[in-house]
Design a protein around this ligand. Structure first.
Ligand code: NDP
Length: 259
């Protein structure tokens, strides 16, 4: 039997086992997917091989820390500087980032020309690169300057909260963790001004409606939360685990999502 898992801390809330095991069962694949509470990244490689994992997903706070244990990285994961999926090929570990595509699948074909990302953490990097790679002009705003350095060096237009000037963006992405704390990522007046000229608001958080999306709905924007991003990144990871077409996995995992 092949064994897969999601590494994280905390991890008890993760829906990944439900999604991946549903596919294994539906396709009669002799495999199981479990949650793995990882205390530290130390000796990760030994642990991975000792347990005999064939692949894994990685969540907070290990997306950057576990990169160094991979033998090679997919170019997109390298660019983003974070992995959320590892696939074992014999004695080699290959790192991927499926969060980026998971995000983009929500908004492709929506005719977006430019975007503003609020936040400059790990998920903002994934979102920024997939937008740029798909020809969408992308700016970043973050409350503190430190995390903006990465984006400045990569050539993105960046703003701190102090030097931000309102402009028209088709898409506004909340890639901060403000919604988890029931806060808006920017002052309400700033968001009102942005939303009044925008088409789509996307909050990466999922599980409850955020203040950010509530406000966006008042401005009649298309409001998207992070739940489908979670589903799409899982489909993409499962495709890498099983080496099967994306559409085949999607058809099955979509059913698990609505259980
Ligand atoms: P990080 O910790 O890497 O980054 C957090 C960012 O949020 C930083 O830029 C930080 O700014 C900013 N921030 C935090 N609190 C506030 C606030 N109150 N106001 C303004 N800015 C704030 O987090 P991640 O990038 O990993 O995750 C961000 C969010 O995305 C989380 O809600 C997470 O759950 C969600 N997520 C969802 C996924 C999905 O599949 N749907 C996948 C990945 C993430 P500063 O630099 O100033 O501290």
């Amino acid at each position: 039997m092949k064994l897969y898992c999601v590494f994280g801390n905390p991890i008890s809330h993760s829906k990944s086992p439900l999604l991946h095991n549903y596919v294994f069962n539906a396709l009669n694949i002799d495999a199981r997917y479990i949650r793995f509470h990882l205390e530290s990244s130390e000796n990760f490689r030994e642990l991975f091989f000792e347990y005999g994992f064939s692949g894994a997903n990685i969540t907070i706070p290990f997306k950057e820390k576990l990169m160094c244990y991979c033998d090679s990285l997919h170019p997109l994961a390298k660019k983003i500087n974070a992995i959320n999926t590892i696939v074992r090929e014999d004695s080699k570990l290959i790192g991927y980032n499926t969060d980026a595509m998971g995000f983009y699948k929500n908004i492709e074909n929506k005719n977006i020309k430019n975007a503003l990302i609020i936040g400059a953490g790990g998920s903002a990097k994934a979102v920024a690169w997939i937008l740029i790679d798909n020809g969408i002009e992308t700016c970043i705003i973050n409350r503190s300057l430190e995390k903006l350095e990465y984006f400045k060096k990569a050539g993105f237009m960046c703003f701190s909260s102090d030097d931000f000037k309102i402009s028209k963006y088709d898409l506004i992405v909340n890639a901060t963790s403000s919604s988890i704390n029931n806060m808006l990522p920017l002052p309400k007046e700033t968001l009102d001004a942005l939303f009044s000229q925008s088409k789509i608001a996307f909050d990466l958080m999922y599980g409850k409606t955020s203040l950010f999306l509530e406000l966006a709905k008042k401005h009649n924007l298309i409001a998207i939360d992070g739940s489908k991003m979670l589903l799409y990144q899982a489909i993409d990871a499962n495709r890498l685990f099983l080496k099967l077409p994306y559409e085949k996995i999607a058809k099955i995992m979509n059913k698990a999502y609505y259980l």
